[in-house]
Design a protein around this ligand. Structure first.
Ligand code: NAP
Ligand code: MG
Length: 493
């Protein structure tokens, strides 16, 4: 069955929240309609429009479930996660249809995202067997000194709309592995993927109350969830402004946060021989997910004497990007998620033109007979570091090229935004690479490599791109567990 046939049979249903092991309507039976990204008139389903009463029930149920889940053996928690990973594999196509329908990304990307979610789940399952404290030498004979790790309790997982399968899984899987319980709030424009994830967690045998799903808006669901005294930690992925607001609220009661925020990621092209290879990696890093990626490359900083040649290669790579709906044969870049996001990206094109940047290619909506908001891959050259298009996160298929005199200027420009998520450096010299690794303020640095991450490596940013322990990798232990120090004197009499 293909995507359109599958949607024909499965779109239009009504879904609930998942609280205490039960699917239930929001308080007052409030709901909203979700529409398809590429076909904005096409109804995908009805989803709960929840409020503080639903959040209260969900947090209470997660709190209750934590009493037994937190002390369930790690091996058992891991076995459930392994079953969940199997289910993600088994339902890969159908999950990709749901994801592409609500988010818009092409099917190949959605299939890749579901596989990535399964891979991250398997790594997280292994973490349940790697929760480590320390044994320390004692200064007093007969006394043993050690630290142990314990799960922090109820965790709020708040996800954005750009990776609606992998982001919730990236939070839920480690939470469960380390013994925490979860209340998930997905983005309100991509709730369907979360419903399917939670259905599969239920099928995998997650006990009632361990994972709860509350669907609704940021103000009605997000605010009471973040403020709830029984929520011990908030794992949030989204915009910097909201991350700051959430952190301030959490800090007032000493709840911890894991924040993955915006980016303005630079690719710095220095003394690298193969410019066509650099360009193809940059194009892929810039236009995957229609540029709606926190780690999308959105600035290219190239040495002046190599700029013209690199721009030629970038243009060639961009021309080969085929824009279309998820289900179209050969399409490798989907629409922007919706009209309001299109308008926001479109506004940045005007800003770039007003600022005096040179539009090399793209810059407008394409496939205007289609109802989705397709945009041509866009390239601006002659961009200066002080321009807004070089500093602000656009979150769309827009790439800017800045020409630097030398490597020092390139580094200064790379570091001149408020962000510090991911950066790439293209160089054939190990000494240059070493210098750049230390000089660039960024959570992740890729040498001769686009901004693709792996399913077991810590992931996160510095400056306004992130705060708290990195996600994905073993660094998650710092977020999901606390430390207790134990002194034991032998004998006991
Ligand atoms: P967003 O507007 O910040 O929203 C993120 C989530 O927060 C959504 O679920 C949103 O709910 C919720 N929310 C809204 N108001 C809230 C409140 N007062 N309290 C608690 N939660 C609230 O981000 P987005 O537009 O979905 O995603 C794009 C942004 O995410 C970009 O800046 C991007 O760089 C960032 N991002 C970062 C990473 C990373 O790993 N660093 C990864 C992906 C995306 P509603 O949907 O209901 O508004
Ligand atoms: Mg938003």
């Amino acid at each position: 069955m293909n995507m359109r046939q599958w949607l024909e049979e499965n779109a239009g249903r009504r879904y609930g929240n998942y609280i205490g092991g039960e699917w239930r309507a929001a308080a007052g039976d409030k709901s909203y309609t979700l529409y398809e990204s590429a076909l904005p008139e096409h109804r995908l389903g009805e989803f709960p429009n929840s409020g503080y009463e639903d959040v209260e029930l969900a947090v209470q149920s997660a709190h209750e479930a934590f009493k037994s889940w937190g002390s369930t053996p790690g091996a058992y928690r891991a076995s459930i996660l392994h079953r969940f990973a199997e289910l993600l594999d088994q339902h890969r196509e159908e999950l990709a249809y749901v994801l592409s329908a609500e988010q818009g990304k092409v099917l190949a990307e959605s299939l890749g995202e579901v596989k990535r979610a399964a891979d991250e789940t398997r790594f997280a399952a292994g973490e349940a067997a790697r929760i480590q404290g320390e044994t320390l030498p004692s200064a007093v004979p007969g006394v043993r000194c050690e630290t142990l790790r314990y799960p922090i309790g109820v965790v709020a997982a708040i996800a954005p709309w750009n990776f609606p399968i992998v982001t919730p899984v990236r939070k839920i899987a480690p939470a469960l592995a380390f013994g925490c319980t979860v209340v998930l709030k997905p983005a309100s424009v991509t709730p369907w993927s979360s419903v399917r994830i939670v259905q599969l967690l239920e099928e995998a045998g997650v006990p009632e109350g361990v994972v709860n799903l509350v669907i609704g808006s940021g103000s009605e669901v997000g605010d009471p969830l973040v403020a709830h005294p029984l929520v011990s930690g908030i794992s949030f992925t989204g915009s910097t402004a909201l991350g700051r607001k959430i952190h301030i609220s959490a800090a007032s009661r000493f709840a911890r946060t894991q924040l993955e925020l915006g980016g303005k990621n630079a690719a710095i092209v220095l003394d690298y021989e193969n410019l066509s290879d650099a360009a193809s990696q940059i194009v892929s890093a810039a236009f995957t997910c229609t540029g709606q990626r926190c780690t999308a490359v959105s600035r290219v900083i190239v040495l002046k004497d190599r700029a013209e040649e690199l721009i030629g290669h970038l243009q060639a790579g961009m021309t080969a990007v085929k824009v279309g709906p998820a289900w179209e044969e050969g399409a490798n870049m989907g629409p922007l998620i919706n009209k309001s996001h299109y308008q926001s990206v479109r506004q940045y094109i005007d800003i770039g033109l007003e600022e005096g940047a040179r539009l090399v290619t793209g810059g407008d909506r394409i496939r205007t007979d289609d109802p989705g908001y397709y945009m041509a891959p866009t390239l601006f050259a002659g961009v200066k570091p002080e321009m807004r298009i070089a500093r602000e996160e656009i979150f769309g298929p827009v790439l800017t090229v800045l020409e630097a005199e030398n490597a020092e200027e390139a580094v200064n420009w790379a570091n001149s935004t408020e962000y510090g998520l991911a950066a790439c450096v293209f160089t054939n010299r190990l000494s240059t690479a070493d210098r750049m690794i230390h000089a660039i303020d960024s959570g992740m640095i890729h040498i001769n490599h686009g901004t693709a991450s792996q399913p077991h490596i810590p992931f996160g940013g510095v400056k306004n791109s992130g705060f708290g322990p990195f996600s994905i990798g073993h660094s998650n232990q710092e977020f999901f567990t606390g430390t207790k120090v134990v002194y034991t004197k032998g004998g006991g009499e």
